[in-house]
Design a protein around this ligand. Structure first.
Ligand code: SAH
Ligand code: F3S
Length: 438
């Protein structure tokens, strides 16, 4: 039997998908290369924006035909849309066999077994006090760079965001358990640990009388032999503490990249979003970060067209991105999410006006990205070699500490090693380079 999981959305979902495969492989399923050959299809859904939710529903709809051709096919829906809509998905889409929310991935075994036995469709949602971080990394060999989830959920309740409602309150994973997972991965060849969480830098774990914060975790991971690099996403500017900034000064294994979503450059809008920082405090933290780590590459998320955002306020966002000079930007048109506080604020613009703002933002960012990219040419960077390039299978690829993908000729002996590479050409989305012989 073969299983296929289609993932929508963020890195948290990508990682959850892998833990689902771990469970399915234990149940005897092999990894299917596509949906048509699969005996079980799971959609791991995303509801962060209206468009993401639509994509999920239209994809579920498109599976109806496959189910008609093969009545033994099992279809499950997990992730954020599943958490939000629960059994309504089963009512709307009769060809779905089971639905499971974000806290119930460990119920997958039971759900699949019941569906195999022909039990009627079931939905398991709701947040649990006994939520567990799944630890298996068994269904495939660990890669050079691996994700580890260290927090689940979010307590920030930014007024535009659905995440706290579909992922639950913030939970931090056991400190020692994270270190054990790191040690296990390193023993299997992993060299880069990428910590993930919706709000990763608010990690706090209390054990007996000792309280561990995120900076403690970074330092403890850096102390593990065999860990060469550490990354983490996504950070909230509010939780960017002095201790964390100091880690960039002292911990050489910490990569020189920080994704620090600012969302917008107007203090009035930031207040409406309840982001709990101002443009000035954000800029000040960025200055301190750069003082601690001069080559740090910053990236960010921006929302355009938040309800009531004026033209002047949008221009403040443009000024801010010119000032900070992000390496890359993920920009989104505001999307009204049912149940969030911003949904009650009347929207004053047409979609065309929002697109216009997005377009102008892209134009400015493209110029910044191109200029920063060009500056790589001719320079030397330490690259952690991850394996064959996804674009060109004659070449290898790896990333600079600043998170830029580099393609170069190499051989298998360099996989997992950090090697000096001279950048020969900056393409739009990646760099080309050559390994400098040592
Ligand atoms: N801390 C999270 C944020 C999740 S949402 C993380 O792990 O990345 C990712 C980004 O989507 C946010 O930073 C925000 O820019 C954008 N976003 C969230 N809700 C949105 C909405 N309702 N409309 C448009 N963009 C949104
Ligand atoms: Fe969403 Fe804000 Fe949390 S963007 S994930 S509510 S930090």
């Amino acid at each position: 039997m073969k299983a296929y999981i289609k993932t929508f959305g963020c890195q948290m979902n990508e990682h959850d998908t892998e833990r689902m495969y771990d469970i399915l492989v234990n149940l005897g399923y092999a990894h299917s290369p596509n949906e048509t050959e699969a005996d079980l299809i799971i959609l791991n859904s995303c509801s962060v924006r209206d468009k993401s939710e639509h994509k999920v529903f239209s994809h579920i709809g498109s599976l109806k035909e496959l189910k008609e051709e093969n009545p033994n096919l099992l279809i499950g829906v997990g992730g954020c849309v599943a958490e939000q809509e629960g059994s309504q998905i089963l009512q709307r889409m009769k060809h779905v066999d089971f639905v499971f929310g974000t806290h119930n991935i460990d119920k997958l075994e039971e759900l699949v077994s019941n569906a195999q036995r022909g039990y009627s469709s079931t939905s398991i949602t709701g947040f649990r006090n006994d939520f567990k971080f799944l630890s298996n990394y068994n269904y495939r060999t660990p890669k050079i760079s691996e994700f580890i989830t260290i927090t689940s959920g979010c307590n920030k309740y930014c007024t535009f965001c659905i995440v706290p409602y579909v992922r639950g309150k913030e939970i931090s994973r056991d400190f020692q358990e994270i270190l054990n997972v790191c040690r296990e991965l390193v023993s299997k060849g992993t060299r880069e640990i990428h910590l993930i969480g919706q709000n990763v830098n608010s990690y706090t774990y209390q054990e007996n009388r000792k309280k561990y914060v995120f900076a403690d975790l970074l330092r403890a991971i850096a102390d593990i032999d065999g860990v060469d690099r550490i990354r983490f996403t996504t950070s909230h500017p509010r939780d960017l503490t002095d201790a964390l900034i100091d880690c960039f000064r002292t911990e050489e294994k910490l990569a020189s990249h920080l994704h620090l979503p600012v969302q917008c450059g107007s203090n009035r809008v930031l207040k409406k979003m309840i982001r709990n920082y101002t443009k000035e405090t954000y800029v000040e933290k960025v200055a301190r970060l750069r003082e601690a780590r001069s080559d740090i590459a910053l990236t960010s998320d921006i929302i355009v067209g938040f309800p009531t955002e004026t033209e002047e306020e949008f221009e403040e966002t443009l000024d801010l991105i010119r000032e900070i000079k992000y390496y890359d930007l993920f920009s989104f048109i505001y999307s009204k999410r049912k149940g969030t506080r911003a949904a009650a604020i009347e929207e004053t613009y047409t979609q065309a006006q929002k697109f216009n703002r997005l377009y102008r933002l892209h134009g400015i960012q493209n110029e910044i990205t191109t200029t920063l990219h060009k500056e790589y040419e001719g320079k030397r960077f330490d690259v952690l070699v991850e394996g064959f390039s996804k674009k060109d299978d004659k070449k290898y690829e790896g990333r600079t500490s600043t998170n830029k993908v580099v393609h170069f000729f190499s051989d298998a002996s360099l996989k997992g090693k950090t090697v000096p590479v001279r950048i020969t050409k900056a393409q739009k989305h990646f760099l080309e380079g050559e390994v400098i012989c040592q």
